[in-house]
Design a protein around this ligand. Structure first.
Ligand code: ATP
Ligand code: ZN
Length: 225
C-alpha cells in the first residue's frame, strides 16, 4: 500500500491536461521524475505522490477519498457528480482553485444543412454524446425531450453514420466539427481544468502542505495572467 502520510495527487496520465498539470507541479517546486508508463511518481523533495490515471477516473478517486487532490476538467467532474447523484449518492469534494488551462466548451452541433433556431429544434431527436447527464440537465431546463446515444469516442461521426440527429461534444477550435460536416449551434457548458480536494479528515501536516502549494499556484497563475 501507499504511504498514507504522503499527499496523494491524481493527474491525467496522457492527454490534453497532462503537460500543463506537470508544468504546474514543477512551477510549484515539486521535483518529480515522471517516467513514462509509471502509475505512481514520488516527489523527491516533498512528501507527495503523483498518481497518473485516465482523466475519467479522477473525480471518483477524489470523491471516494482514495487521493487527496486531483486536477480535472470541470466537464468530467460535473458529469461524474450528476451521474453519482442520479444513482442516489451524495458525492463530496471541495474546489480549491479553477486553473488557467484546459479551456473548452461542451456544445450541441448539427449537420450543416439542418435547421437550428433554438433548443426546441431538437424536440424528439437523438443526440450522440459522452456527457449524457450534462446534456440532460440542459435540455430538461429547456423542456426538450430527446434520446441520447452514448458514445465514448468518435461522437462527431454519429450523424453521418445515421446514429444520431445531432451531437453534444467538446469543442475548442471547431475544426473537428467542420471536418465532419457539422456546425456548432449552442454552447451548453464552459469548462476549465480545476484543482479539487477530497472531503473528510486530513492531517495538519497535509493541510499545511496543501496551503503551501495553493499559495505557490496562486503566484504562478497570477504571473501568467
Ligand atoms: P484519457 O485517456 O485520460 O481518458 P481523454 O481522451 O478522455 O483522455 P483528452 O482528450 O486528453 O481526454 O481531454 C482531457 C480534457 O481536456 C477534457 O475532458 C477537457 O476538460 C479538456 N479539453 C480541452 N480542450 C479540449 C478539446 N478541444 N477537446 C477535448 N477536450 C479538451
Ligand atoms: Zn477520458
Amino acid at each position: 500500500m501507499l504511504d498514507k502520510s504522503r499527499l496523494r495527487i491524481a493527474m491525467q496520465k496522457s492527454g490534453r491536461l497532462s503537460d500543463e498539470s506537470q508544468k504546474l507541479f514543477a512551477s510549484c517546486g515539486i521535483k518529480i521524475n515522471l517516467q513514462q508508463q509509471r502509475l505512481i511518481a514520488f516527489a523527491e523533495n516533498m512528501p507527495i505522490d503523483i498518481l497518473r490515471v485516465r482523466d475519467d477516473d479522477i473525480p471518483g478517486l477524489v470523491m471516494d477519498g482514495v487521493v487527496d487532490l486531483g486536477i480535472i476538467g470541470e466537464n468530467v467532474l460535473e458529469e461524474e457528480l450528476l451521474s453519482r447523484r442520479a444513482q442516489g449518492e451524495d458525492p463530496r469534494y471541495t474546489t480549491l482553485r479553477r486553473l488557467d488551462f484546459g479551456g473548452c466548451r461542451l456544445s450541441l452541433a448539427m449537420p450543416l444543412d439542418a435547421e437550428y433556431t433554438g433548443p426546441q429544434c431538437l424536440q424528439n431527436s437523438r443526440i450522440a454524446t459522452s456527457y449524457p447527464h450534462l446534456l440532460k440537465r440542459y435540455l430538461d431546463e429547456q423542456k426538450v425531450r430527446f434520446k441520447s446515444c452514448l458514445l465514448n469516442g468518435s461522437v462527431e461521426v454519429a450523424p453521418r453514420a445515421g446514429l444520431a440527429d445531432a451531437i453534444c461534444d467538446l469543442v475548442s477550435t471547431g475544426a473537428t466539427l467542420e471536418a465532419n460536416g457539422l456546425r456548432e449551434v449552442d454552447v451548453i457548458y464552459r469548462s476549465k481544468a480545476t484543482l479539487i480536494q477530497r472531503d473528510g479528515e486530513i492531517s495538519d501536516e497535509k493541510q499545511e502542505l496543501i496551503n503551501k502549494l495553493l499559495t505557490r499556484m496562486q503566484g504562478v497563475i497570477q504571473a501568467r495572467e
